[in-house]
Design a protein around this ligand. Structure first.
Ligand SMILES: Cc1cc2nc3c(=O)[nH]c(=O)nc-3n(C[C@H](O)[C@H](O)[C@H](O)COP(=O)(O)OP(=O)(O)OC[C@H]3O[C@@H](n4cnc5c(N)ncnc54)[C@H](O)[C@@H]3O)c2cc1C
Length: 434
C-alpha cells in the first residue's frame, strides 16, 4: 500500500506528487501516456524544440514563477510585431500592433465592463458570484451581441476572443474572458503579454523535470487508470490492465474532459457527475507552420479562419520563419495536407510558401479531449465548487478546476499544491478516526 496515489502526470499531478513526497508520504504517480507533461509537450520538429501544448509563462503567474525561480530557469521575451494585420469582413487591413490593439481595446473594454466589481479577487472567482451570475450565464457570443461595436471593432474582438477561447464563441462562457482580464490586473495589454510573449529558454519540459526531481516518488508511465473505489480500509485504484493499487488517499489530476472515462465506486455525487458531464468547451488547435518569405515579424488575426490568430515565433536563417497559429476547431485543420495549409495561409498572411506544418491533436486524444480550459456558460454558478470538492480521501486537482489561472500551467501547479494539502489532511484525519 502507498500513502498517496496521484492519477495523471501533467503539471498538476507532478506538483502534487512532489508535495506529498516532500512531506514524507509514500507516493505513486500513475500516468496514462508514455511521457509526463500532459497538455505541455516540448518536442523536436524541423531542428527546433517546439511547445506543442502550453508554452507561454509570465511573472504575474505566481505559482509558475515561483517554480521557475526555484529551478533557476531562464525566460525570454518574444520579438515585437513588425506588421499587424486584421480583417474586416474580407478586407485585409495592416498597421502597427499598437493601431490594431487600439481597435481591440475598444471592444475588449466594453466586453469586460464590470469585471472589477464581479471579480474583485481574481484568485477566488466565486467571491462575488452574486454579481458574476448574469455574465456567467452568457456565452462569449451572447455577450458580444449585447455590445454596441463598429464592424471593425467586432471583427477584431471576435478574432481575439476566438484565440482565447480555443473553441466556438457560442459554447465558451463569457466569464473566461473576464477571468483572464482580472488575473492580468484588469488590462488587455497584460492579458496579451501574459498569454503569449514569455517562454522558457529550455522549454516547459525543463520546468516539469525540475518539479518532478524535487522529491522522491515512484512514477509509472503507460498506466491508464480505469477505476477508483473507496472502502472503509482505504482506496483501490485499478489500472486498465486489471492491476490494483491500494492507497490511503488519491489525487485525481486529470483533464476535466478525460474524467468521465474513469469509473468511481461509490459513484460520485450527482452534482459532481453533472460538472464532469458538462466538461469544458475547448475544441481548438495550435499549429506550427514553417514558411519561406519576407523576414518580417508578422501577426495577423481573422475570425472564422482555421488558424485565425497567426504570428511569427522565430525568424530562421535562409528566409524562413516559424509561425504559430491558433484555431477554434482542431477537427477542421489537417496540418498533413500542406496544399490546404498553403491556401489557408494565403487567406491570412499572403506572400509566404509553406515548407512544413504540424500540430498535436489534443482534441482527438482520449487523455486530453481538448486544449486549455474554457468553461461553458453557467460553470461558475453551478459547477465550479462541486468539481473542486474532495470526496473523502479522493481529491481532485488540475488546471481545469483551478481557482486562479485556470487554463494555464499556473493553475495546474496551484491545484497540485491544494490537492497535496487536502490529501495529506484526509490521511491524517483518517488515521485519527481509525
Ligand atoms: C495547445 C495548448 C496551448 C496552451 N498554451 C498555454 C500557454 O501558453 N501557457 C499556459 O500556461 N498554459 C497553456 N496551455 C494550458 C496548459 O498547458 C494546461 O492548462 C496545463 O498544462 C494542464 O495541466 P494539468 O496537469 O491540469 O492537466 P494535463 O496536463 O492534461 O495532465 C493530465 C494528465 O493526466 C493524464 N491522464 C488522462 N487520463 C488518464 C487516466 N485515465 N489515467 C492516468 N492518467 C491519465 C494525461 O495523459 C495527462 O498527462 C495550453 C494548452 C494547450 C493544449
Amino acid at each position: 500500500m502507498v500513502d498517496v496515489v496521484v492519477v495523471g502526470g501533467g503539471f498538476a499531478g507532478v506538483t502534487a506528487a512532489r508535495e506529498t513526497a516532500l512531506r514524507g508520504a509514500r507516493t505513486l504517480l500513475l500516468e496514462a501516456r508514455d511521457r509526463l507533461g500532459g497538455r505541455t509537450w516540448t518536442a523536436p520538429w524541423e531542428g527546433l524544440d517546439i511547445e506543442l501544448g502550453g508554452g507561454w509563462v509570465h511573472w504575474h503567474q505566481p505559482n509558475t514563477w515561483t517554480e521557475i525561480v526555484r529551478a533557476g530557469l531562464a525566460v525570454e521575451v518574444g520579438e515585437e510585431t513588425e506588421v499587424a494585420a486584421w480583417y474586416v469582413g474580407d478586407e485585409r487591413r495592416t498597421g502597427t500592433i499598437a493601431e490594431r490593439d487600439a481597435v481591440a481595446e475598444r471592444g475588449w473594454n466594453a466586453f469586460v465592463e464590470g469585471a472589477e466589481e464581479s471579480l474583485p479577487l481574481p484568485h477566488d472567482p466565486l467571491a462575488r458570484i452574486d454579481r458574476l451570475a448574469r455574465l456567467d450565464r452568457m456565452s462569449i457570443a451572447e455577450r458580444m451581441a449585447e455590445l454596441d461595436l463598429t464592424e471593425e471593432e467586432r471583427d477584431v474582438l471576435a478574432a481575439e476572443l476566438e484565440s482565447l477561447a480555443s473553441g466556438p464563441l457560442s459554447e465558451s462562457g463569457a466569464v473566461s474572458v473576464l477571468r483572464w482580464h482580472a488575473l492580468s490586473g484588469y488590462s488587455l495589454a497584460l492579458t496579451q503579454y501574459a498569454g503569449g510573449r514569455v517562454t522558457l529558454v529550455e522549454g516547459t519540459g525543463a520546468l516539469l523535470r525540475a518539479i518532478a526531481g524535487g522529491a522522491r516518488f515512484e512514477t509509472r508511465l503507460e498506466a491508464p487508470v480505469a477505476a477508483i473505489s473507496r472502502s472503509a480500509t482505504g482506496i483501490e485504484v485499478r489500472l486498465r490492465d486489471g492491476e490494483a493499487v491500494a492507497a490511503r488517499a488519491a489525487i485525481v489530476a486529470l483533464p476535466l474532459n478525460a474524467l468521465a472515462a474513469v469509473e468511481f465506486d461509490p459513484p460520485l455525487p450527482a452534482d459532481k457527475r453533472a460538472a464532469i458531464a458538462t466538461g469544458q468547451a475547448s475544441t481548438g488547435i495550435k499549429v506550427f507552420i514553417r514558411a519561406r518569405g519576407p523576414a518580417i515579424q508578422q501577426n495577423a488575426i481573422r475570425p472564422g479562419h482555421p488558424f485565425g490568430y497567426l504570428a511569427t515565433e522565430h525568424l530562421l536563417d535562409g528566409g524562413e520563419q516559424v509561425m504559430i497559429g491558433f484555431g477554434i476547431d482542431g477537427a477542421a485543420c489537417d496540418t498533413s495536407d500542406l496544399a490546404s495549409v498553403q491556401r489557408r495561409l494565403d487567406d491570412i498572411i499572403p506572400g509566404y510558401e509553406v515548407v512544413a506544418a504540424t500540430a498535436n491533436d489534443w482534441l482527438g486524444q482520449e487523455f486530453s479531449r481538448g486544449t486549455w480550459a474554457i468553461h461553458r456558460p453557467g460553470w461558475y454558478t453551478t459547477h465550479h465548487a462541486n468539481a473542486r470538492r474532495p470526496e473523502g480521501p479522493v481529491v481532485f486537482a488540475g488546471s481545469d478546476i483551478a481557482n486562479g489561472w485556470s487554463g494555464f500551467i499556473d493553475g495546474a501547479i496551484e491545484s497540485g499544491f491544494r490537492g497535496a494539502a487536502l490529501a495529506l489532511d484526509a490521511m491524517t484525519s483518517h488515521r485519527r478516526a481509525a
